[in-house]
Design a protein around this ligand. Structure first.
Ligand code: COA
Length: 556
């Protein structure tokens, strides 16, 4: 996850200042780590360092895109800018919040760096938008199954948080050898075009730039966008390219003649703006964004307090194993403004910590695991989530669920389990139906059922990030011997299964498959969560017409 703070400090409004003054009365958490736990800190720190090292190696690998030859072909022969150069030219700030950069690594069909595209959130003309930008150095920007997943997730983020969208299209269409995994099903390639129509009807603006090839399905992306620019000489759009024309009719035709910038801007009307260079196209996009009609107040930078404890110490608190988990308030005290926390039901169901805090001046409800999600903890979670929902306060779930619960050995324990099941089901229903924005941060284990109640991926959080040490699985492979009782073979097969589980549990395995929005460093968490809170808030500044049953914008 590459992300930097894009917020500038400036003057603050009186309202915000007054509001902020009230938070001064939230009690301060004690974030001092007792020396008794030094061995736990040491164990966690060395594990964090190993995980972060691996993360940085993987990032370096994906930053090479399709490799030297492909980069040469892209820039020298095809005369196109690299995808990050394009974004640098287009976005207000150099930095943006990149989503799932590790997507596509070590797939059954090989490595597809970044899934062949870059997705993320950046600002254009002061407006946050989600973008998808194909990386044509990776197999001509063709769409692999994991690329479909990554692009659908980017669209989902825009839908959930009502954000405008930008497509930088430079793609050879479907990666043909995998067409059966790309084309036929509901959430395959066609869903991208379906979403474009639905998003348009939701009045989410979508702008596209044709800055390379847009072949076959790829041609629908700019054609269905609300406003599209095409770059002369490098931008082409066609359902079937020159090789197919040759095969069908025997005719030789140049890509430019078949579907270049002049043709589409003068004859077909598939695009709306002709640009003679990439630079001109991106300036055109900036001008389009200036017409989107948002009234965003001057940067609402609040004069907030930093946490009282260093974020660097989070590396020693990021649990390498559930048994290495220290009190969650030690982590919280390193993420929230002034380490101040208005706790809710402090003495009840203490294995879940709930309460209100500010993160870079923005109010958030915190729901954080601090042990097993017991009956009382789940009921407390239900109550608190309903409070947040009624008060329209976004929720931050800090997830570190227990790998397994003890088997009941008595009738009383079995009854206890049943009660817990009922309470967890209530919490799951409350989370699923809460309409406020939700962010989930996995700081340790994301195991089995308790992760659902803590707003795991299937419960639709607006954003879900993992720390590099996170583990995602139904069961913890390191506790696996206890399952051997139900496994007949105690030899090689069990060992192999354990190894497979171990590999599949890592944060990187998850992120490669877009089961999350990216791995983030623990010390960046506060900054990224604050950014997400601001992004989710932007929708209230969109000026909407009172139109009742909106239709998509149809290209005429
Ligand atoms: N499926 C699978 N592989 C594809 C592909 C596709 N649709 N399109 C391109 N590739 C591969 C090429 O085989 C090449 O692989 P290599 O690097 O291992 O040799 C790589 O992507 C780059 O393609 P190349 O043609 O060398 O690059 P280019 O920049 O000159 O042209 C395209 C890129 C996309 C314009 C061109 O490859 C093209 O027209 N592809 C066919 C597009 C198509 O017909 N799609 C139909 C999809 S339904």
């Amino acid at each position: 996850m590459v992300s930097r703070d894009m917020m500038h400090t400036s003057s603050m409004s009186f309202n915000i200042k007054n509001k902020h003054q009230y938070t001064k009365s939230f009690p301060v958490l004690d974030g001092n780590i007792p020396s008794l736990y030094k061995h736990v800190l040491d164990g966690n720190s060395s594990n964090s360092e190993i995980c972060i090292q691996r993360y940085l190696e993987l990032l370096a690998k994906i930053n090479k895109g399709g490799g030297e030859n492909a980069i040469f072909r892209h820039t020298q022969r095809n005369k196109k800018l690299l995808v990050r150069e394009r974004l640098r030219m287009l976005l207000d700030d150099e930095f943006f919040l990149e989503l799932s950069p590790l997507a596509g690594l070590d797939m059954p069909y090989g490595d597809v760096p970044g899934a062949g595209c870059l997705t993320g959130l950046g600002k254009i003309c002061g407006i946050w938008c989600v973008f998808i930008a194909n990386d044509a150095t990776v197999k001509g920007g063709t769409i692999y199954p994991v690329a479909v997943k990554k692009q659908l997730r980017a669209q989902e983020i825009a839908i959930q948080s009502r954000l405008p969208f930008l497509y930088l299209v430079d793609s050879g269409g479907a990666f043909l050898p995998l067409q059966a995994e790309l084309f036929p099903d509901q959430f395959h390639g066609g869903r991208i075009f379906y979403n474009e129509a639905v998003m348009s009807a939701m009045r989410l603006s979508q702008v596209a730039v044709v800055c390379g090839s847009c072949t076959a399905g790829g041609a629908y992306v700019p054609t269905m966008a609300q406003e599209t620019a095409i770059v002369d000489k490098i931008g082409t759009m066609f359902l079937a390219g020159p090789p197919l024309v040759k095969a069908a009719t025997g005719e030789d035709i140049l890509p430019e003649e078949l579907g270049g910038a002049s043709l589409h801007s003068k004859v077909s009307g598939c695009v709306d703006h002709f640009a003679s260079s990439e630079k001109e196209a991106y300036e055109c996009v900036q001008n389009i964004f200036a017409t989107l009609n948002y009234e965003i107040p001057a940067e609402d930078t609040v004069d907030y307090d930093s946490p009282l404890y260093s974020a660097d110490e989070l590396l020693g608190l990021a649990p390498k194993d559930y048994r290495y988990t220290l009190h969650i308030k030690l982590i919280l005290s390193r993420m929230i403004d002034g380490s101040r926390f208005q706790e809710f039901k402090a003495n009840y169901g203490t294995t879940l910590v709930t309460g209100f805090a500010y993160i870079e001046g923005q109010l958030v409800g915190v729901v954080a695991n601090n042990g097993e999600l017991t009956h009382d903890a789940s009921l407390k979670g239900c109550h608190f989530i309903q409070l947040c929902n009624q008060r329209n306060v976004p929720i931050l779930f800090i997830l570190n669920t227990a790998p397994q619960t003890a088997e009941p050995v008595s009738f009383a324990q079995a009854k206890d389990h049943t009660n817990k099941l009922k309470a967890q089901a209530s919490m799951m229903a409350t989370v699923a139906c809460a309409t406020v924005p939700k962010i989930t941060l996995v700081i340790g284990g994301c195991y089995g059922n308790e992760s659902y109640a803590m707003c795991g991926r299937s419960f639709d959080p607006n954003f879900l990030f993992l720390w590099p040490n996170a583990r995602i699985a139904l069961v913890d492979s390191r506790h696996f011997p206890t399952y051997s009782q139900i496994w007949d073979d105690t030899g090689t097969e069990l060992k192999q299964l354990k190894e497979k589980l171990e590999e599949e549990s890592s944060a990187f395995y998850s992120s490669a498959r877009v089961w999350d929005d990216g791995v983030i460093l623990p010390q960046d968490s506060r900054k990224i969560i604050a950014q997400c809170l601001r992004i989710m808030k932007q929708q209230k500044y969109q000026i909407l017409s009172p139109q009742q049953n909106p239709l998509p914008v149809i290209r005429m």
